[in-house]
Design a protein around this ligand. Structure first.
Ligand SMILES: Cc1cc2nc3c(=O)[nH]c(=O)nc-3n(C[C@H](O)[C@H](O)[C@H](O)COP(=O)(O)O)c2cc1C
Length: 398
């Protein structure tokens, strides 16, 4: 599945709030993902950001006035409404929210919105007292009841100096929710357990054995599954990645911690996808204090085996789909096939690690899928997000 907003017609509505500057970045992100974005601004929004900025970034005329002469004889607000696949209002002022909830059409944006039939996502942003006022809350509830999507504002320090709810979420998060609302929900009703990241096996309180896994692939799988309506639990080792929206996040450190978390959640999962790079071994002993190098020229660390989580999952699974990942440096097919059979998997994603475009920490991956029936499917190099969707497509076919 390609980026869901690629080639989609999206209208970005900008009203006169202090956070209008963030909608510039939102526009840029949507254009980067291949969306065809048109901007409609309220007249008051022009106090905050100039239409020229939106025009330059979208490559399209910006509509600010219902009665301005367009380049053609069309009625722009009706044409744009008919052509839109989605509408995002960010920021949505208390004023525009009030107008939309009551069907007022007295400017370009509010008139356009009345003609819209595609999904509409509102991002309220204002001072906390305004946001919490009965009128604004009542209007938001009414818009939700009318079938529109509302993204709750973030809490924090606001431009007006108060602290509380009302901040426009970061553009990345708004884009994330837009993609969620537009994605087909083919995993609805399915519970997925996904693991990600490395584990850390302590030698002493300040040193550990680990691997370069960034967690990006496992997070991509969890994120894609959530977008498609899955009920997702992500068990992750230490990473630098931000928590995912609408995903139950469980954080562990060691292979043993990962094993405990996985086994206590596996029963409730329909699909288990093990992407984590779990250490096969851990130091037999962990010292309580930092090992000092005084008078030690050679240090021997004895390692003992960690639980083989994937193998145990394969042994315990009942009517569940179990998918593993194999990160190899050679003989990909041989090692992947062996793991597939020995661990009773339904599918294994084999990838050669240690190349700039594939494996640990890369943004892209080049993988081959090995199925239980002996078939293999080599895939081209692709973004980890795209690979996650291809993998979920295949899992749904199993
Ligand atoms: C400096 C300044 C910042 C403002 N920020 C906000 C805001 O963040 N949210 C909001 O709802 N209104 C805000 N307002 C008030 C709106 O601009 C005002 O209600 C206006 O009528 C909104 O018009 P519009 O919805 O047509 O754009 C702000 C006003 C000023 C002067």
């Amino acid at each position: 599945m390609k980026a869901i907003i690629e080639n989609k017609n999206i209208v970005l509505g900008v009203s006169g709030g202090i956070a209008a500057y963030k909608s510039v970045e939102l526009l840029r992100l949507m254009v980067k993902r291949g969306a065809n974005v048109r901007v409609i601004m309220t007249k008051n929004a022009r106090w905050f950001v100039g239409p020229l900025t939106f025009k330059a970034l979208s490559g399209q005329p910006v509509c600010t006035d219902l009665f301005e002469n367009g380049e053609d004889a069309s009625i722009r607000h009706i044409d744009w409404a008919g052509e839109a696949d989605a509408v995002v209002i960010a920021p949505a002022t208390a004023n525009i929210i009030g107008k939309l909830a009551n069907g007022v059409a007295d400017d370009a944006l509010s008139t356009f919105i009345l003609a819209v039939t595609c999904p509409m996502i509102l991002c309220p942003s204002m001072n906390s007292q305004m946001y919490e006022s009965k009128a604004v809350q009542r209007n938001i509830e009414r818009l939700k009841a009318d079938g529109h999507f509302v993204i709750d504002p973030d809490s924090g320090q606001l431009a007006c100096g108060t602290t509380g709810p009302g901040r426009l979420p970061e553009p990345e998060d708004i884009l994330d929710r837009l993609i969620y609302y537009l994605s087909p929900k083919d995993l609805k009703g399915k519970r997925l357990l996904v693991t990600a990241g490395p584990t850390r096996e302590s030698i002493d309180p300040v040193r550990f054995i680990s691997n370069p896994s960034s967690g990006k692939m496992g997070f991509a799988v969890a994120k894609a599954a959530e977008k498609r309506g899955g009920d997702v639990t992500l068990i992750t080792g230490p990473t630098n990645l931000a928590d995912l929206n609408n995903v139950k996040m469980l954080k562990v450190n060691t292979a043993q911690g990962m094993a405990e978390a996985v086994f206590s959640h596996m029963e409730h999962a329909d699909i288990i996808i093990k992407v984590a790079a779990v250490s096969d071994y851990r130091p037999k002993e962990q010292t309580e204090q930092k090992i000092k190098k005084d008078n030690i020229s050679e240090l021997v660390v004895f390692l003992e085996e960690n639980p083989d989580i994937l193998k145990e999952l394969g042994r315990r699974k009942k009517n569940q789909i179990l998918v593993g990942f194999a990160a190899e440096t050679e003989n990909l097919e041989k090692h992947s096939q062996k793991k597939l059979t020995e661990k009773n998997l339904d599918l294994i994603v084999g990838n050669i690690v240690g190349r700039p475009s594939s494996g640990f920490d890369a943004e892209t991956n080049k993988a081959t899928l090995f199925y239980k029936d002996g078939t293999t499917e080599p895939l081209p190099t692709m973004e980890k997000d795209d690979l996650a969707h291809v993998l979920l497509d295949r899992i749904l076919q199993l």
